[in-house]
Write a protein that binds this ligand. Structure first.
Ligand SMILES: Cc1cc2nc3c(=O)[nH]c(=O)nc-3n(C[C@H](O)[C@H](O)[C@H](O)COP(=O)(O)OP(=O)(O)OC[C@H]3O[C@@H](n4cnc5c(N)ncnc54)[C@H](O)[C@@H]3O)c2cc1C
Ligand code: FES
Length: 358
């Protein structure tokens, strides 16, 4: 063959391959522009193949996404109005039967392959990104740190809600309950436990230093103090679950502790306790407030002479009929489920039990 023809043949082959790739991409729903209509009137246009969560985020609609799109948190729900593709197996554990029949999906699991209409909770339309400068880092226990940020703009939240931190470099987000006084709009704080092998917590515990600036979105969440209620309160937390309860207690203090409030905190040993003095001081100032820390497996050197046992046992011991109370629970899923059972047995209506599991 004449060597003059070689480049022509190569260019021809390249064109054919490119056309095939474009065709396959189109067949898989990857090409062209697609429109997502959000809450009937907000239309965003995307091109390329991406998840609905990413498409919305890139267009400044911040659905919660506590696991960064791994289908392990279930927080990124939205409703597909006119497009009823069955949910993926990864979504099923997070969706009730009613939600499935209404078209609710995890937005991180939906790939936008055609125009769609979606519904998101109106509250997320107010969520925006902030940049928080780290101004304090405090080691509270062997594996729990408090981080205080300074914001350039007001960060308004309800006591109990959470924010999301983007881990620099890998652009994945994680949720952290806000642990600070809801009146201090420029200095949100978070309390973060180191999870072995955890991406975000390794960064926060091993690399983050004062002066760093992190991208933060929020506030998120429907776990927050019911401020208009007059019911006595039971609060139960374990580990870093103390974070949102601390914010709730700031609010109750601001209101001069108008209702009776019992706060149970469960830990394994004394080295897992923190803020004991802070909450004992609140107890000393407000007769309506009682702080009950309990250890499940105290060590001899802990010299612990207060409550011992699982937090469920301790709650059961200290409380009577709870039919007129409301509860705020924050901790591991196992702990929360066990506590809900105890509260229900003591007569507390399900609709008065508020919780965040993590
Ligand atoms: C609404 C909400 C509020 C939250 N608030 C807080 C808070 O105030 N403080 C806080 O410390 N965390 C909080 N979390 C948990 C937090 O978002 C992260 O999941 C956690 O910090 C782990 O992130 P990671 O990237 O280090 O771990 P990943 O890299 O996501 O996970 C690493 C491994 O650890 C496992 N794992 C993940 N999380 C946990 C866990 N909590 N316990 C045990 N194993 C785990 C994973 O399954 C995985 O195998 C909250 C979560 C939610 C949904
Ligand atoms: S972002 Fe966690 S399940 Fe979708």
């Amino acid at each position: 063959m004449d060597p003059l023809y070689t480049p022509i043949i190569l260019i021809g082959l390249l064109i054919v391959v490119t056309l095939v790739v474009i065709l396959v991409d189109k067949l898989l729903g990857g090409g062209g522009e697609r429109k997502i209509t959000v809450n009937k009137d907000n239309v965003i246009t995307i091109s390329g193949r991406e998840t609905a969560l990413n498409a919305l985020t890139n267009n400044k609609i911040f659905l919660p996404s506590s696991c960064g799109g791994k289908a392990t948190c279930g927080t990124c729900k939205f409703r597909l109005v006119d497009w009823h593709e069955a949910p993926k197996p990864t979504e099923i554990p997070f969706l009730s039967k009613d939600e499935i029949s209404e078209g609710v999906r995890l937005s991180c699991q939906v790939v936008v392959t055609e125009d769609m209409q979606v519904e998101v909770p109106p509250s997320v339309l107010n969520v925006k990104p902030f940049y928080g400068k780290v101004v304090e880092v405090e080691q509270l226990t062997h594996d729990i740190r408090r981080i205080k940020f300074e914001m350039k703009e007001d960060f308004v939240f309800k006591p109990g809600q959470y924010l999301q931190i983007e881990v620099p470099g890998i652009e994945t987000t994680r949720a952290y309950s806000i642990a600070s006084n809801p009146n201090d709009l420029r200095h949100p704080e978070v309390i973060i436990r180191l999870v072995p092998g955890g991406v975000a917590t390794k960064f926060i515990h091993k690399a983050l230093v004062i002066g760093d600036t992190l991208k933060i979105t929020g506030p998120f969440g429907d776990f927050f103090l019911q401020e208009e209620s007059t019911r006595p309160i039971i609060m139960i937390a374990g580990g870093s679950g103390k974070a949102p309860i601390r914010s709730i207690i700031y609010k109750l203090i601001e209101q001069n502790m108008p209702r009776k409030a019992q706060y149970f905190f469960g830990a394994r040993t004394k080295k897992d306790l923190y803020y004991t003095k802070e909450f004992k001081d609140v107890e000393a100032m407000y007769p309506n407030f009682k702080y009950i820390p309990a250890l499940s497996t105290p060590l001899p050197e802990d010299e612990w002479d207060l409550d011992i046992g699982l937090i469920t046992e301790v709650v059961a011991r200290h409380t009577g009929d709870l039919s007129g109370h409301e509860a705020y629970l924050c901790g591991s899923p196992g702990m929360i489920d066990a506590c809900i059972k105890v509260l229900r047995e003591k007569g507390m209506p399900e609709e008065h039990i508020y919780f965040d599991k993590f």
